[in-house]
Design a protein around this ligand. Structure first.
Ligand SMILES: C[S@@+](CC[C@H](N)C(=O)[O-])C[C@H]1O[C@@H](n2cnc3c(N)ncnc32)[C@H](O)[C@@H]1O
Length: 281
């Protein structure tokens, strides 16, 4: 089969994350772990913590839901779990690679819309639309407008994701919509808030584990590759370093030591489960 190229640095990052996580740690998901009391914070337990996350998520699905749309479905493992629980599930996946994984997970039981949520067009309507750590990537006003459009009357939107704490300086960890901005937009939308649960404490340890893996594995591997290239192809290396100096500086700043700790995460971010009901429109 012809190799299809992934476009965009985010999708490439998710692809690498999935390949490494699945191969080395047998992970099934691309979301954070939910560290329950007694579960030791250790990389070998990340898979279990991710399963705890799914358990927690599923326990907040409202009664009466039959048809679900999983937006930004990753490798389709949450969709697979939902199918096994008797829900009808469709998926939205803009990533070529993750769509292939999702097909393996759901077979022909689900329709996979291969596009960004912002571009989705369908006549289908759902009782529940879920965003499992994918809401942060989607344009906020469009996310609310599309979700209202694709939900049945009285349907629900379930978001489990990272948000920026309102009124905080910009932290060094990127990602997440601003919580205040979301609340204001919801006021004038079709939705009413049903549940708002802060799970920052339970998810933050994941950051320390990822930071540790980056320091002990990611950085030394990247340094060895750059040292080899600088030694073997000095002219090309100098030229590329100069051409991409801004991008390289950004990457270096983002991943420099101490900038991505669980404590920093708690200071600047809030990980929330938010359940909304469509009450208008
Ligand atoms: C961190 S992963 C989470 C994946 C999955 N929900 C899980 O829990 O394992 C983010 C997901 O959002 C998807 N995504 C990114 N931008 C998107 C967009 N504009 N519309 C829909 N999905 C998007 C990615 O392809 C990926 O599947």
């Amino acid at each position: 089969m012809k190799h299809k190229r992934e476009s965009g640095s985010r999708e490439v990052g998710l692809k690498i994350g999935w390949i490494c996580g699945e191969y080395f740690l047998k992970l099934k998901h691309l979301h954070y772990g939910y560290w329950t009391e007694g579960l030791q914070v250790d990389i070998s337990n990340l898979g279990r913590a991710q399963e705890e996350y799914v358990k927690f998520l599923l326990s907040h699905i409202p009664k009466g839901v039959k048809a679900v749309l999983d937006v930004g479905c990753g490798a389709g493992r949450v969709a697979q779990k939902l199918l096994s629980e008797g829900y009808a599930v469709d998926c939205v996946s803009p990533s070529v690679f993750l769509t292939e994984q999702t097909r393996k997970s759901v077979g022909d039981k689900s329709e996979i819309f291969e596009c960004r949520y912002e571009e989705l067009e369908t006549e289908k309507r759902y009782d529940l639309i879920i965003f499992v750590e994918s809401f942060q990537y989607i344009d906020l006003p469009t996310a609310l407008a599309n979700t209202s459009r694709f939900l049945n009357a009285g349907g629900h939107m379930l978001v489990c994701d990272i948000f920026k704490k309102s009124g905080q300086e910009k932290g060094r960890q990127s990602g997440g919509h601003d919580l205040d901005k979301l609340s204001k937009l919801v006021e004038t939308s079709a939705f009413s808030l049903v549940e708002d649960i802060d799970i920052t404490e339970q998810t933050a340890p994941t950051i320390d584990l990822l930071n540790d893996a980056l320091e002990k594995v990611g950085k030394p591997v990247a340094e060895s590759i750059t040292d080899f290239l600088a030694d073997r192809y000095p002219t090309v290396f100098k030229l590329l370093s100069w051409k991409y100096q801004d991008e390289l500086e950004k990457i270096n700043k983002k991943y420099s030591g101490g900038s991505r700790t669980g404590e920093q995460f708690k200071q600047f971010k809030s990980y929330r489960l938010l359940l909304y009901k469509k009450t208008r429109g």
